[in-house]
Design a protein around this ligand. Structure first.
Ligand SMILES: NC(=O)c1ccc[n+]([C@@H]2O[C@H](COP(=O)([O-])OP(=O)(O)OC[C@H]3O[C@@H](n4cnc5c(N)ncnc54)[C@H](O)[C@@H]3O)[C@@H](O)[C@H]2O)c1
Length: 471
C-alpha cells in the first residue's frame, strides 16, 4: 500500500487551501470513525483513533478490523506499518496532541425519535477538558449525524475555550463501499463560522477531492441540513418504491418493467429504484425519526417525511405477512407456517457489510418465527452479529446458522432471499431443487433471473413482480 506524503504546514504557511500534515484525533472507532481515521492515515496524516471500548482498541492495535468493510483492514494495517495510525483509549493525550479532533460517536434514537446526544456531548466535554490551558487554535469537527440543536449544545459546552472552533462536517459514506466513498467522495460539506476553520477542515480533503467544486462550504446549520435532507430524500424514495412494488404485486404489474421505463425519465433516473424487503441500517430510520421529532419541537407538522419510517416498518411486515405466509395457506396441503422450515439467504441489512442494525431480516424472521416457522440462515459476513441480535430477541433457538448457503435450504419448505450479496445471484439450481422440500423462492431483492428459476421447476416470487410458476 502506497502512503502518500502530506506536505508539512511550515512549507505551506500561506497556502491554507493546500493539504499539510495534520495531527488528527478521531473520537469513536465505529463505521464512520475507523474509516476516516485509516484513510487519513493512508495519506500521511498522523491520526490517533480513540474509543471507550478497550476491546475494540486492542483489536485495532493488532490490525484487525472489528467490522466487515471492503479494503478497510488493508488501510488499517498499512497505517500501523507506516506508524501514521495509532489507537488508544486515552482521549486526553490524543486530543492535546492534535490540531483537529473529529467527533464520530453514535447518535442513537431516543424513545421520542430524537437523536440522543449523550455520546456527542460526552466526547465534546472530554475534548474541552483535554484542551484546558491550551491557547493554539483547535478545531472540533462533528462528523456524527446531528441536528442544529445538538450543534448549539456542543458549541455552548466549549464556549469557554476561545481557541476552539466547532465545525460541522457530516459523513455521507455508505456501508459496503465506505473506503471508496471516503477516498472518492461525491462531495464534502463543511459548515463553520470562520474562514480559518473552513479552510483548515477543507485541507483534510484536498487529497481525496479532485474537483474543487465538490467541496461545499457554508454555515453549520446549512451543512447539517445537507446531511439530513440527503438521508431523508433517499429514505423517502426507497419507501415510495417499496409501496409501489406492493401495488404492482396486487395488480399484476411487473416492477422490473415499470422501473426500467420510469428510470429513463431524466428527472427520475435509475438510482435507488430497486424494490426490496424494507430499508435497514443505522442511519435512514434514525435520521428520519429525528427530523420528525425536531419538526415537532419547532411547531411544524410534516405530512410526507413524518410517515416514511412507519411506511418502511409496514413494508418489512408485508413480505412475511402478505407474501410468504399466504403462499402456504393457499398452495400447500396443510395451511400456515407451523412446523415448516424456511431457508434464508442474507441477514445483513445490505450486501458487503456485517451490520445488522435495523436489518429487514430482524422483523421478517421474527414474523415468520411467530407464525411457527423454523429458520436455516446463511450470510457470508453477518452470522456473528445476527446471532447476538436474535439472542437478544429470544428467538435464536428457532434459527440454525449455516456456513454453506446450500446447507440452509436442505429440507426447507422454501428459500427466502433477504440480502443482495453477489454470491446469491447465480445459484446452482439443480442443487437447490434437489435440496428444497418445496420448490419455491421468495426473492425479496428480486436478484434472481426469473427465467432460470422457472426453467428449473421452481416457483418464483420477486418483490414487485408477484409470483410466477413453472410451466
Ligand atoms: N454507519 C454509517 O454508515 C454512517 C454514515 C454516515 C453517518 N453516520 C453517523 O455517524 C455517527 C457514528 O456512526 P457509526 O455507525 O460509526 O457508530 P458506531 O456505533 O458504529 O460507533 C460509535 C463508536 O463511538 C464510540 N464512543 C462512544 N462514546 C465515545 C467517547 N466518549 N469516546 C470515544 N469513543 C466513544 C463507541 O464505543 C463506538 O465504537 C452516527 O451519528 C451516525 O448516524 C453513520
Amino acid at each position: 500500500m502506497r502512503i502518500a506524503t502530506a506536505k508539512r504546514k511550515s512549507e505551506n504557511s500561506n497556502t491554507t487551501h493546500q493539504g499539510y500534515l495534520m495531527k488528527i484525533a478521531v473520537i469513536g472507532t465505529g463505521y464512520v470513525g475507523i474509516v476516516a481515521g485509516a484513510c487519513w492515515a493512508n495519506v500521511g496524516h498522523k491520526v490517533t483513533c480513540v474509543d471507550i471500548d478497550a476491546a475494540k482498541i486492542a483489536m485495532l492495535s493488532k490490525g484487525i478490523s472489528p467490522i466487515f468493510e471492503p479494503d478497510l483492514e488493508d488501510r488499517i494495517t498499512a497505517g500501523l506499518r507506516e506508524k501514521t495510525l495509532h489507537f488508544t483509549t486515552d482521549i486526553t493525550s490524543a486530543v492535546r496532541d492534535s490540531e483537529v479532533s473529529i467527533i464520530a460517536v453514535g447518535t442513537p434514537s431516543d424513545p421520542d425519535g430524537a437523536f440522543n446526544s449523550r455520546y456527542v456531548l460526552g466526547a465534546a466535554k472530554a475534548i474541552g477538558d483535554a484542551c484546558r490551558g491550551l491557547t493554539d487554535p483547535r478545531y472540533v469537527v462533528i462528523r456524527s449525524t446531528i441536528n442544529t440543536d445538538i450543534f448549539k449544545e456542543v458549541r455552548d459546552l466549549l464556549a469557554e475555550h476561545s481557541n476552539i472552533s466547532v465545525v460541522s462536517c457530516p459523513e455521507f459514506l455508505a456501508q459496503g463501499t465506505a473506503v471508496r466513498d471516503f477516498e472518492r467522495p461525491d462531495r464534502v460539506v463543511i459548515g463553520a463560522d470562520t474562514e480559518q476553520a473552513l479552510q483548515t477542515v477543507r485541507s483534510l480533503y484536498t487529497d481525496f477531492v479532485v474537483k474543487d467544486e465538490r467541496i461545499f462550504m457554508m454555515d453549520p446549520a446549512s451543512a447539517i441540513m445537507v446531511k439530513i435532507t440527503s438521508n431523508n430524500l433517499l429514505y423517502n424514495r426507497i419507501s415510495a418504491v417499496n409501496e409501489v412494488a406492493r401495488v404492482c404485486d396486487a395488480t399484476g404489474a411487473d416492477w422490473k418493467k415499470v422501473r426500467l421505463a420510469v428510470g429513463a425519465d431524466h428527472r427520475i433516473g435509475y438510482e435507488f429504484l430497486h424494490a426490496g424487503p424494507g430499508v435497514g441500517g443505522s442511519c435512514f430510520g434514525k435520521d428520519n425519526r429525528d427530523l420528525s421529532a425536531l419538526a415537532t419541537r419547532k411547531g411544524l407538522a410534516l405530512e410526507v417525511l413524518s410517515n416514511v419510517d412507519s411506511s418502511n416498518t409496514q413494508h418489512k411486515h408485508y413480505f412475511a405477512e402478505s407474501v410468504i405466509a399466504p403462499y402456504y395457506d393457499i398452495f400447500s396441503d396443510a395451511p400456515g407456517l407451523q412446523g415448516r422450515t424456511l431457508g434464508v439467504w442474507g441477514l445483513a441489512f445490505k450486501a458487503n457489510t456485517d451490520d445488522m442494525r435495523e436489518a429487514a431480516s430482524i422483523t421478517i424472521l421474527h414474523d415468520l418465527i411467530k407464525r411457527g416457522a423454523r429458520i436455516r440462515a446463511h450470510d457470508p459476513a453477518a452470522i456473528d452479529r445476527a446471532r447476538q441480535e436474535f439472542t437478544a430477541l429470544g428467538i435464536t433457538d428457532r434459527i440454525q446458522y449455516c456456513t454453506d448457503k446450500y446447507d440452509a435450504v436442505t429440507d426447507a419448505d422454501g428459500l427466502v432471499v433477504l440480502t443482495e450479496w453477489p454470491i446469491y445471484k447465480n445459484p446452482d439450481y439443480p442443487e437447490l431443487k434437489e435440496r428444497l422440500k418445496q420448490p419455491v423462492i421468495f426473492d425479496g431483492r428480486a436478484i434472481l433471473k426469473r427465467e432460470d428459476v422457472l426453467q428449473h421447476g421452481i416457483v418464483h416470487y420477486a418483490m414487485g413482480r408477484g409470483f410466477a410458476y413453472p410451466r
